[in-house]
Design a protein around this ligand. Structure first.
Ligand code: FDA
Length: 307
């Protein structure tokens, strides 16, 4: 219930103003977000990579209302890639893109988002980085997979996130589990109608396992993005059964969440990539993290009431 209300609030402008204007919210926000600018993101990248982690960086921002805003987001990624390269941190790093922030929802937005993403992929290729497309609500999936297919013609290493909660995703995993393809499997963070997504968490978890099996049995590079210890254990077992070595797949977790498990998986010799969001447009991302775990709301309320 609370999760659904928070997901609705993540799209509400009035709530957004109240939450973002409170200086106290910031104490909680910094737990999940690297900082407001590229300098903060690069600092966190340096710390994580020197500790043996891989990173994927997300310049925060989603609802884009005009071309200029979409191009500014593209340019923010180009700056990020340049700064990482200048500081010797780009090789093996990844950028995570939300196509909505690249203009996908504007009139003619699919080609605008594709062009912006292509410019980022070209810069990433030059810097030894990869790119993965985040997946947003179900109305964007066909467009995102279409743009992915176009980008992969030039850059076969471009990855995509798929959401186990959607009924369609097992079929998408079968299509995507081909040579060289990088697929990030997540449970799904958006409020979806039951016409397209499993309403019950237990069914989402079962779907996650089925999708994992398809990806681990395929020829691509599965990116197992979850904090759920059961899913992690099943992924490890499936990897052994399907003959995938630790280099052939990776675990991914969000910055600031279950850092002890992140460290443990890395120490066991797994590839462990941390998703590092940065930028001042953190509201939607932050609210989805609250929605995932009621304890985070208690943490926020404590911060708002304790001086
Ligand atoms: P689940 O929600 O069952 O949580 C398992 C356990 O993890 C919890 O019991 C708790 O201990 C811990 N946990 C989970 N969320 C937490 C939180 N917010 N705070 C504190 N503890 C928490 N979604 C999407 O729709 N599109 C996308 O592109 C992405 N991309 C993405 C990248 C990466 C690297 C990750 C890890 C996740 C995403 N997601 C996403 C989000 C994803 O869909 C999902 O909402 C969250 O990962 C939570 O689901 P879990 O698999 O962790 O399981």
């Amino acid at each position: 219930m609370l999760g659904t209300a928070l997901l609705a609030a993540s799209r509400n402008r009035r709530v957004r103003t109240v939450v973002t204007k409170s200086p106290l919210t910031r104490r909680v926000v910094t737990r999940f977000i690297a900082g407001d600018d590229v300098t903060a993101a690069v600092g966190i990248t340096r710390r994580l990579t020197s500790g043996g982690f891989d990173v994927t960086l997300d310049h925060l921002g989603e609802d884009t209302f005009d071309r200029g805003q979409a191009e500014a987001t593209r340019d923010a990624y180009l700056t990020l890639i340049k700064v990482l390269a200048d500081q010797g941190l780009s090789t093996g790093a990844e950028a995570s893109l939300k196509l909505s922030a690249m203009g996908q929802a504007l009139p003619g937005g699919a080609s605008l988002a594709a062009d912006n993403a292509a410019a980022i992929c070209a810069a990433a290729a030059g810097a030894g980085m990869t790119v993965t497309l985040d997946m947003e609500d179900h109305t964007t999936v066909d467009s995102t997979l279409g743009i992915l297919a176009g980008l992969r013609k030039e850059h076969p290493w471009v990855g995509v996130a798929v959401q186990a909660m959607l009924y369609r995703t097992e079929a998408d995993c079968r299509d995507l589990a081909t040579t060289g393809s990088r697929v990030r499997l997540v449970k799904g963070a958006y409020a979806e109608p039951k016409s397209v997504a499993y309403p019950a968490k237990a069914d989402v978890d079962r779907a996650y396992v089925r999708c994992l099996d398809i990806l681990m049995s395929g020829l691509g590079h599965p990116m197992v993005a979850t904090h759920d210890p059961r899913m992690i254990a099943i992924a490890q077992r499936l990897a052994v059964q399907r003959g995938k070595s630790p280099e052939d797949f990776e675990f991914q977790m969000l910055y600031g969440i279950r850092t002890g498990v992140q460290e443990q998986l890395r120490a066991q010799g797994n590839r462990m990539r941390i998703y590092v969001p940065y930028g001042d447009d953190w509201y939607g991302y932050f609210m989805r993290r609250l929605a995932e775990r009621p304890a985070n709301v208690a943490f926020l309320l404590r911060a708002l009431t304790t001086r």
